[in-house]
Design a protein around this ligand. Sequence first.
Ligand SMILES: Cc1cc2nc3c(=O)[nH]c(=O)nc-3n(C[C@H](O)[C@H](O)[C@H](O)COP(=O)(O)OP(=O)(O)OC[C@H]3O[C@@H](n4cnc5c(N)ncnc54)[C@H](O)[C@@H]3O)c2cc1C
Ligand code: SF4
Length: 835
Amino acid sequence: MNAPVIIDDQQENASRHGRERLVVIGNGMAGCRAVEEILGRDADRYAITIFGAEPRVNYDRIMLSPVLAGDKSFEEIIINDQSWYDDNGIELVSGDAIIAIKREAKEVVSASGRVTPYDRLLIATGSDPFIIPVPGHKLPGVITFRDLDDVDKMLTAAEAGGNVVVIGGGLLGLEAAHGLSLRGMQVTVLHLMPTLMERQLDEAAGFLLRSELERRGQTIITQADTAEILGDSHVTGVKLKDGTEIDADLVVMAVGIKPSINLAKLAELEVERGIVVDDDMVTSDPAILAVGECVQHRGACYGLVAPLWEMCRALADFMTSNPSGYVGSVTATKLKVSGINLFSAGDFSGGDDTEDIVMRDASRGVYKRVVVKGNQLIGAVLYGDTADGSWYFDLLKRQEDISDIREALIFGQAFASGGATLDPDSAVAALSPDAEICGCNGVTKGQVVSCIDGGAGDLDSVRAGCKASASCGSCTGLVESLLSLSLGDDYGGARTVTPMCKCTSFTHEDVRRNILEKELKSIPQVMQELHWTTADGCASCRPALNYYLLCAWPTEHEEDPQSRFVNERMHANIQKDGTYSVVPRMWGGITTPNELRAIADAADKYEARLVKVTGGQRLDIFGIKKEDLPLIWADLNAAGMVSGHAYGKALRTVKTCVGSEWCRFGTQDSTGLGIKAEQMTWGSWMPHKFKIAVSGCPRNCAEASIKDLGIICVDSGYELSVGGNGGIHLRGTDFLCKVETEEQALEYIAAFIQLYREEARYLDRTAPWVERVGMDYIKGRIVEDEAGRKKLQKRFLFAQSVHQKDPWAERVAGAEGHLHKHIAEIRPFAVLEPA
Ligand SMILES: Cc1cc2nc3c(=O)[nH]c(=O)nc-3n(C[C@H](O)[C@H](O)[C@H](O)COP(=O)(O)OP(=O)(O)OC[C@H]3O[C@@H](n4cnc5c(N)ncnc54)[C@H](O)[C@@H]3O)c2cc1C
Ligand code: SF4
């Protein structure tokens, strides 16, 4: 403000010639478009001066990404060159930012000291990039992505090559990452949320995008929380809150924008998140209007150009005495990364009153999802094939009634307008005999039909006869359609296979087989590759998929906590009054005075309403409030106790009797074997809850004959039996085999559990599974096949090496660690101290 004061002559002259003086602050997309619109309506009405902080003419900011990527030059993205300003009598003052608005005097003051009077003032200052104020954020080498200067800085840095960390996996961050990657830099993208571009994309589309970017050589780290930018005189790296350090010669912060409102604030205009405007884009001062990203209209701020164009039209109408009023915008996004087609519009967050229609074409990498509410389209996400994006967007904006085309909506405009009916069988009927049905085995429609004509009456016979659908299974639906078409009523119209849930036509077994064969390692990947018909699955398939992936890839699958039932998420049992109960593990049913004291203290401290001995010989502490759960876990951990997983589809307890050490009838150390079995099996996730019991003699005080796996000790060894259930459908175990040593017993236990883990459907208890597959099968795999048994045991122990973690301790050590002073030192055996 110490700069010399220069009075603006042009605006003085304009005033004298009877034209209203319009001063525009901001030479960007919205400011210049507003002027274009005004000129188009009434070219002689205003004497216009535009101030721009940037030292250049008006250019297309959204094309900075192609400039960075080398697809365009700056000259090619200029919207209005100097001749446009000259031809329209506009004075451009570039490279001179306005620093004050004097509302009473109706003047603006620029950084160079120029004072310019106005009759009407238009603020179009856009947005400022948001900078995370972590240590190191001011280091040289940390830049944002907003204007041409930023692009120039990135290009200079890229000449030297090296590593760039882009913080922010939204539209801007990914475009920066793409450009810098094309310029030869090694790119790591850090994104705080689990899904890239989570505001525009759902999980499935985000997954496809991530896979494609990784395939192109970028490293994507999601759920990455930046703690610090490292370096002394220049940036050298980025440190995350989890301690990870990533080398960096350049850091691009692209974590969001905030409306540029400082000038307006200083001038005491009404501002909230943005400068508050009415439907004519007028601020709280009638002489001042605002447009573009700096405004807040009906509570909304926008960060894309389409709404700005609509605002500019309304503003020009008002400024030329023909007010039309802006009513707000629905926005659509496309990512400008070559080779990646991605479109998103409207609301796809879902809800009880919305319905998803999803189409996946794994082989073409296409994912489409439209969201319908009532009879209107309210959101669309397209990945891979975005040709119909504008059609969907149009339907959405016009709030068209889509009832008539609903069936065909997902197939796009051409199909929907053609009026074809969406009967999957009719589509299959229309295929030529040469059309390939089963890609894996190269089986044509003609071959499937002749197989059916030759006597195959169900899916299994077709699979056996011509191999169609015998591999990955993704053509099962097509084969079933052909069965239905060929056999009519004889096929009964009923599908022979029971799909896993309404989201897929695959059975549990098909899904498991595909997870292994296609090496699918995450839930979105399974859903995409296996053509899930819903965007995010349902309450049935998500927990099952989470389990199947965890079982198939113990070291690689990233646990998805949202795909667990509430008890597993909370690591406690929710009870009918909304409180929880907590069961610490007591190995083999043995405890110590110290453990009992810890339980008693915890029960007192957290005001437990009940302590109950469970049917599995453990103590259950009832009435714990949700907010106290982490605290009680920490206390019990500190006393050396780990979770009993009483809430989980997991190994619950190993119940024992006192056995030979105390009992007159005991033949073996049943308690000792029970402790060893529990020590080996605890923490293992299963298709359903799993209980073991060991009794010291056939009197069977531990009730081993109604457990998932029961062991009865006899004089000459151990009798193992499986598939028992003490629940609603009482079922005694089936005899499996007899072994001689404890070591053998443990080997068979591990092998049986692993077979169950690998082959049962999620939520199958052992009893129905054993009944379905038969004891002959189980004996064949466990008893008769020694090599196979040992392999099963090995896989079980391998899985245990990563899964045998106490969820309480993990939680206590994690994000809520600050709540706890101490973390458990797990003591696997409860040992009574000698007197
Ligand atoms: C790299 C990039 C890619 C993008 N891609 C897309 C896309 O694909 N699709 C899409 O819809 N949108 C995209 N956007 C967003 C789009 O560019 C903005 O929505 C649009 O530019 C906003 O227009 P605006 O006029 O409000 O702000 P801007 O275009 O930023 O213009 C504001 C101008 O005001 C100037 N200014 C600020 N303060 C002062 C002051 N005190 N005095 C004088 N001048 C001042 C600034 O220097 C700036 O030139 C992208 C943005 C970036 C940065
Ligand atoms: S099962 Fe046999 S050994 Fe065990 S307590 Fe009962 S009688 Fe004793």
